[in-house]
Each structure stands twice: as C-alpha cells, then as structure tokens.
Design a binder for this molecule. Structure first.
Ligand SMILES: [Zn+2]
Length: 499
C-alpha cells in the first residue's frame, strides 16, 4: 500500500508592537526584564480590569493578512476562549473565533523547482499566556511578563505533501513577516512558533484520517525532522494494520530525535467561546483601505522583479532578495554600474535598450560577486551586510575594475578583503598594493618563455595530446608574474607559444 502524508501548519507569530495587546505594559523580549516586572492588573487578569485593544497590533494583523493574500473580515471581533491553566489567570484567553482578521489567503512556495500554492485558512489576533518555569527542585514558577503580548495565529489548509514543503513555507512566511515589519520571526527566540498536523492516507483515497498534532517545534530543522519521523512512525502503524483512529498530540524531543505522546493541557475540547463583552467589534474595511496602498513589495514580487528587471538567474534572485539589506545593496550596485557603463560609450537608443544590452552580462558578474565572493567572505569573517564597511558605490567600482580587466580575479579578491577591513575605495587599494593587472606584452611574453623552458616535460606532454596540462602552465605563468597578469592575455600568449 502506497501512503501519502497530509500536513497542515498552525503558526504563532509574535508581533513587535511597543506595548502589549490589551494594556499599556511594554512588549519586552523573553528574558529582557526581570520576571514579573512588566505587568499590570489587566495582563495579570485582576477582577474588574478592562482590556483595551492595541491599535498598532490590529494594524499589523491586517497588514499580515494582506501579505498572506487573505480577505479582510469587514467586522472582526474578539472572543473569550475558556480553559484553565496556571499560565492564564483569567481562566480565558482573549482570542478570535468566528470573525478573525483575515481568511482565505494563499502563499506561493517553490520546492525543488516546483511551484505550488499553500492556502491560508485564517489569521487571527490573540494574547499570549504567561511563561511557566519548572525549577530543578520541582517547583513551577510563573512569569507574567509574556502574558498579554500580541500574537497573530496563522492556520494553513492541509496542503503540504512533504516536510520540505512545510520548511519552504515557513522560510517564506518568516521572510514575509520581516518584509512587512510586523515581527523578526526568529524561531529560536520563540517569535515564530509552529505546530504541525499530520496524517497519512492510501494514495487515491479522498477522505482524511485521524491526525497527530506535533508541538514544541522550535527550529526549521526540528519541523522537518519531526515530520519525517512522524511519517515513518505512522507508516509503520499502517503497515501493521493499526492506523491512528483518534486525534492525538505529540511533542518533539530534539535530543532523542523522536515525538512522544503528550496529554493536552485542556482535556475537553469545549472552549465555550463567546464574544468578549468588553471590546466592541472592529470595522476593518477602513483600516484595510488605509493600509493597502502602503504595503511594501512582497518577497515573491521582489524575486520576480530581480529576474525580469535585472536578468538575474532565479537562484541568484532568491539569495539576493532573502534579506532586505542585501536586496537594497544589490539594486544600488546595479544602478551604479548601469550609469557607469552608459558613461563609457556614445549612448544610442533608449535607457531600456541599454539595459537589455548590458543586463545579462552584468547580472552574471554582479550575481556571482555578491552571492559567492562577498557573502562568502562576510561569512568567513562573521561579518554582516548591514554593518560592513563597503558602500554600494565602492563595490560597483570593484566590479567595474574586473569588468574592464584592470585587475584579475585573484587580485580583486585581495582588494575585496582590504575593502572589508579598511573601507577604502578599490582603485586606491589597487594602486597602493600594486595589484593592477599586468597587460604588458613584453613582460608576459618573457614569463611564458621562462615557463616553457622550466617545464619542458609538461610542454612535451601537452604536445602529445595531454591537454589538461595547459591549466598547469597557465598557473605557472601567473606565478611568474606574482599572480598579477591578466589571465585572458596569458592564455592567448601561451596558446600562441605552444603552437
Ligand atoms: Zn499589563
């Protein structure tokens, strides 16, 4: 029997508002303030305290819903979700039940070159609960700093067919939340929390079987691993003729690398939702009209624009747009280079024609210099695009030097490293360090002759058909010129000399 997985996700995103969801307490990061120091009668659920909704959080909810392609509910309201637990002193959580901020969204994801759409069931706003601490002596302590901080809960349809798709979606969701500025969405910091639902069914069957909810997934890797583990575990149950018959909850153990059966904190599933009487319903149509024109370019649109406008490969576009600072840097470098190229020659035709003419070659050079060399060097040095000393103008100048063959690749790398250290302009560094490409014919001719004399056996091998020796000889000529010769010229001259 061939089985297929059906996976859906439930994600909580911490909104980065200044204050909490229903009171004026600061919304501080986990552990940033002493326990129970950022609290008030509202977020600790004192009798008679009145909640008043945070306008910024509601705006962020609308913004996030729009970014996920959701329809905005015209008249949205808050509801009380009842359950008893020590992290919730009111005995209910203020959440949203039948009129969430957004419904019926869609997010495109691409996995292994295949594009598909993940449907979003809903996005609603709610308050977070307090944090429980279990100390080694066996006591449980409560920190209310987190109580009442704003969350957006996002629920997807069961549209994922693999763990890789779930991971790709989460990566895209994180990028969307960062792009629209509602959350930093760091899973490791609890700013993005994910629960996954998974069930299996025989291929071809249409109905759904009892699902397992996996909790405690606090990294992209654990989402992927937990789903893969659960697929294996459930496949075995099916093969034994004992597929799950009722919904269950399991927790992911990152050390043991397996899911373990968990009892839910609320045994009964009746939350007795009812409308929150202290908060009037919200007219979101007006807010939607205000926010829509101010929506930033979304990741998917930006990626596509980098391909269409600059001719980057999709792979490069993905890397270059994965971080807004990097994307801005790239666009700035590109426009500098276009300006520079246009200034080099008599310009004919429109700006559009110019772009078409230059784009493909420029996109290749800019793409590889940023994604491989710049990002690679930054990673080695634990540097950061936001704080590095290289300006887009200087980086564009470096690429221009390479483009014009004024420096060879090897020297350009030395210049790049010096730029990262000292922030100087590349032409200056090239001159100071004498790194300019040697294009002096006589000098290169001499180096070629020296190499041919010094490596007679290799020259013999080359002439007898061992063509791969050529690369070795190029290397030796480069060494003769202390790595500074223009490689294209060296190749030409060596080919000539070898006949
Ligand atoms: Zn408070």
């Amino acid at each position: 029997m061939k089985l297929e997985p059906i996976i859906g996700l439930e994600i909580h995103v911490q909104l980065k508002t200044k204050s909490k969801m229903f009171c004026g307490c600061a919304n501080v990061a986990d552990g940033a303030a002493p326990p129970n120091s950022v609290i008030c009668p509202i977020c600790t659920g004192q009798p008679g305290a009145l909640p008043s909704p945070n306008a910024a959080a509601i705006e962020m909810g609308v913004k996030a819903s729009l970014a996920l392609g959701c329809k905005i509910t015209p008249l949205s309201k808050f509801d009380r979700k009842h359950y008893f637990y020590p992290d919730l002193p009111k005995g209910y959580q203020i959440s949203q039940y039948d009129q969430p901020v957004g419904v019926k969204g869609a997010v495109p994801v691409t996995v292994a070159g295949v594009k598909k759409t993940i449907r979003i069931t809903r996005l609603h706003l709610e308050e977070d609960a307090a944090k429980l601490w279990h100390d080694p002596a066996g006591h449980t302590l409560v920190d209310f700093n987190r109580a009442g901080t704003p969350l957006a809960e996002i629920v997807t349809e069961p549209d994922f067919e693999s763990a890789a798709e779930a991971k790709a979606f989460l990566t895209e969701l994180r990028l969307i939340m960062r792009t629209i500025g509602v959350s930093d969405a760091e899973m490791e910091k609890g700013q993005l929390r994910c629960d996954a639902n998974i069930s299996l069914r025989p291929v071809g069957e249409k109905n759904l079987h009892a699902k397992t909810e996996i909790k405690n997934l606090n990294s992209f890797r654990s989402v992927e691993r937990a789903l893969e583990y659960e697929m294996k575990r459930q496949t075995k149950l099916w093969e034994e003729g004992l597929p799950p018959t009722q919904t269950s909850t399991r927790g992911w153990d990152d050390v043991a690398m397996k899911t373990v059966d968990q009892r839910r904190k609320e045994e009964a599933h009746d939350y007795r939702y009812f409308p929150e009487p202290d908060i009037p319903p919200m007219n979101l149509k007006t807010l939607e009209k205000k926010i829509k024109p101010m929506m930033p370019e979304l990741p998917e649109q930006k990626r596509q624009r980098f391909v269409d406008e600059y001719s980057f490969s999709l792979a490069d576009a993905k890397i270059l747009t994965a971080d807004s600072a990097l994307a801005d840097f790239t666009e700035h470098v590109f426009s500098e280079l276009i300006e520079w190229l246009r200034s080099l020659e008599e310009v004919e035709g429109s700006v559009e024609d110019q772009k078409k003419r230059y784009n493909t070659r420029l996109a290749q050079i800019v793409g590889s210099w940023i994604t491989t060399r710049l990002l690679g060097t930054l990673e080695e040095r634990k540097g950061n695009i936001r704080t590095m000393k290289i300006t887009p103008e200087n980086f564009a100048e470096l690429i221009a030097l390479v483009y014009e063959r004024k420096v060879n690749q090897q020297s350009a790398m030395i210049i790049l490293e010096t730029m990262l250290e000292a922030g100087k302009d590349p032409t200056q560094i090239m001159e100071d360090k004498g790194l300019g490409a040697v294009t002096d014919d006589a000098l290169i001719d001499r180096a070629v002759q020296n190499v041919l004399k010094a490596f007679k056996p290799q020259v013999e091998q080359y002439k007898n058909g061992k063509k791969e020796v050529f690369q070795f000889l190029v290397g030796m000529v480069m060494k003769e010129t202390e790595g500074k010769a223009d490689v294209t010229l060296v190749r030409e001259k060596l080919e000539g000399a070898l006949g």
